[in-house]
Design a protein. Structure first.
Length: 581
């Protein structure tokens, strides 16, 4: 009697035509990545800033020197904002345009991972690598965030692809110099685009160990790679410095000095924000945002160690991943998104081992335990939200006083818990990794559709601005001290701020002067602010947004006199309408 057996996943994947497999993977990834785009607005901390800068590029026609509220924005090079601006110009819909660049970049990263895995090993390994990359939560999260990191991670992946292709697949100077070109593009996107050059550390070490290795690919021609990188950087740097010199203003010169020096070497060596201990990535980011890949790495440790001796490309990729994490760990300023560029090569390193070997026996019960814990935790939190647990009430009141939002969020979380619980029971006979994957993908679709609608009122200042606009005539102007970009982006009135680079006291004095000179002017401030030129008595309470309560001041709250500012500074952005409706 013949007993039918289900063929291993790798056999199934290898029997699918390569182009069909790649298109199927990309179609699945596109569903995950594009789900929910257009359903939400830019959310703090970074998204409103980049969306507003891009909007001002299109409306002002000034693309070379980015502006934020009419004031030069020197914190980041303009490539990412250019991409949002381009889609805004094409679509006329900022709510759609601000998420498209990273979505497309993430699809490209996945395609490169699949292609590189296929060329190094086989198409089943390439497919596994792509699926492992999607499985790591940080990848999908950043694919649907308007932060620069997913784009720079894509350029870094292109560069890594080019170098690995040249040194480990077949000599290709076209790919080698393309890699350096994309490093240059990465630098003018977010400074750290040179990270693929760290691949030369293990490559040179392998060359020293065996002099015959890379004999036709590691030659004197390699020295011209950095020249290509510099030329790409110069394509932005020279026009920018020429325009700064042409303007010759203090603001333009400060922009040039800030973006070239303060936001690069100084920010890395002596960071002034996001200070975390040296082990932050290893203890907080990798175990959570890359889960379950670190657990899988431990479960495949023995076959992986054997593969390191026989497959130098795996050794090269893992050494590079470690070097990237070490590089960012040396800086005092740390954010979880910084190490995103290392994630694709970690997935590529694990895929060939997983294709040939089963994880250690403990892996399945541990992952099942985590799966069960997540289901239990989500269901419990949902029930507590329905019952107005004091801790959850305190959390929600940072964003709204309406507890119905807490109950709606509780229903969402409860249903996500059911997804994990049903996935555990329904696919009990499947592998733990497959169960985890299915539950995570369904949860992501739920979150990016229903979840976005639940969170939208909590992550935008529309309620506060709507309350302010009830008191402001149609021709009135709204000013804000200590402004945030989301208020500027969502305002339906002309919006004035008093320089992002001024002290609170100087903003206070400029705001007082502006109100004296501007008819029908109103000032929005944080309720906790202490302003020497205004009194809070009689101010209109506007509600809560982004963990702050806000007040609206009129000329009735302005004191009779106020010391003049050291320098008169205010920037007004006309608002013909809400760009996000």
């Amino acid at each position: 009697m013949l007993i039918s057996r289900t063929p291993p996943l790798t056999d199934v994947l290898d029997n699918i035509p390569r182009n069909r497999l790649m298109l199927s993977l990309l179609a699945f990834a596109a569903i995950m990545i594009f789900s929910g785009i257009g359903l939400r607005s830019p959310w703090p901390a970074d998204e409103p800033r980049f969306a507003e800068v891009a909007r001002e590029m299109v409306t002002s026609g000034q693309w070379l020197l980015p502006m934020r509220g009419g004031e030069l924005y020197p914190d980041k090079p303009p490539v990412f904002m250019w991409s949002i601006a381009a889609f805004f110009w094409l679509t006329g819909n900022l709510k759609l345009a601000f998420l498209l660049p990273n979505a497309l970049c993430s699809l490209l990263s996945l395609a490169l991972v699949f292609n590189l895995g296929t060329r190094l090993w086989n198409q089943s390994t390439g497919a596994l690598a792509a699926l492992l990359l999607i499985l790591a939560p940080q990848f999908l999260i950043q694919a649907q965030r308007a932060q620069i990191d997913a784009m720079v991670a894509c350029w870094i992946m292109v560069a890594c692809y080019g170098l690995i292709y040249h040194f480990f697949i077949r000599r290709s100077w076209k790919w080698y110099f393309t890699a350096w070109g994309f490093m240059g593009l990465g630098i003018i996107t977010k400074g750290v685009g040179f990270l693929p050059a760290l691949l030369f550390v293990p490559i040179i070490a392998l060359k020293i160990q065996d002099n015959s290795r890379f004999s036709d690919s590691l030659t004197w021609r390699c020295a011209f790679g950095p020249v290509v990188m510099v030329l790409v950087v110069a394509a932005w740097l020279i026009p920018m410095t020429l325009q700064v010199s042409q303007l010759g203003t203090d603001e333009a010169l400060a922009y040039r000095n800030n973006i070239l020096f303060k936001q690069t070497g100084e920010r890395y060596a002596d960071s002034w924000g996001h200070i975390n201990p040296w082990h932050y990535y290893l203890s907080s980011v990798v175990p959570t945002l890359w889960f379950p890949l670190p657990l899988l790495l431990l479960a495949l440790a023995r076959p992986l160690l054997r593969a390191l001796r026989s497959q130098p490309v795996i050794l090269t990729m893992l050494v590079w991943v470690a070097l990237v994490i070490a590089f960012f760990s040396l800086s005092p300023g740390k954010r979880g998104v910084y190490i995103l560029p290392a994630l694709p090569l970690l997935a590529l390193s694990l895929a060939p081992i997983l294709a040939e070997q089963k994880p250690a026996r403990w892996f399945s019960p541990v992952l099942t335990g985590v799966h069960s814990l997540l289901a239990t935790a989500l269901i419990t939190i949902g029930i507590l939200a329905w019952n107005d647990h004091p801790h959850l009430v305190a959390k929600i009141t940072d964003y709204t006083q309406n507890l119905s939002h807490l109950h709606e969020a509780g229903t969402l979380v409860f249903c996500l818990g059911l997804v994990w619980l049903i996935g555990l029971v329904r696919f009990w006979r499947s592998s733990a990794l497959a169960r985890f994957f299915v539950a995570l993908m369904i949860s992501w679709l739920v979150f990016t559709t229903w979840g976005y609608r639940v969170l939208e009122p909590l992550r935008t200042p529309r309620n506060v601005l709507a309350a302010a606009e009830q008191h402001i005539p149609a021709h009135g102007q709204l000013g804000m001290i200590n402004f945030s970009e989301q208020f500027l982006l969502f305002s339906k009135r002309d919006f004035t701020h008093f320089s992002f680079f001024s002290t609170l006291e100087q903003e206070n004095r400029n705001a007082w002067l502006w109100m004296q000179e501007t008819p029908d002017s109103y000032l929005m401030v944080e309720a906790s602010a202490r302003l020497s030129c205004f009194t809070m008595k009689g101010a209109h309470a506007l509600g809560t947004a982004h963990r702050e309560s806000y007040l609206l001041l009129t000329d009735q709250q302005a004191k009779s006199d106020c010391p003049p500012p050291q320098r008169i500074r205010h920037f007004t952005t006309p608002r013909p309408g809400d760009w996000l409706d």
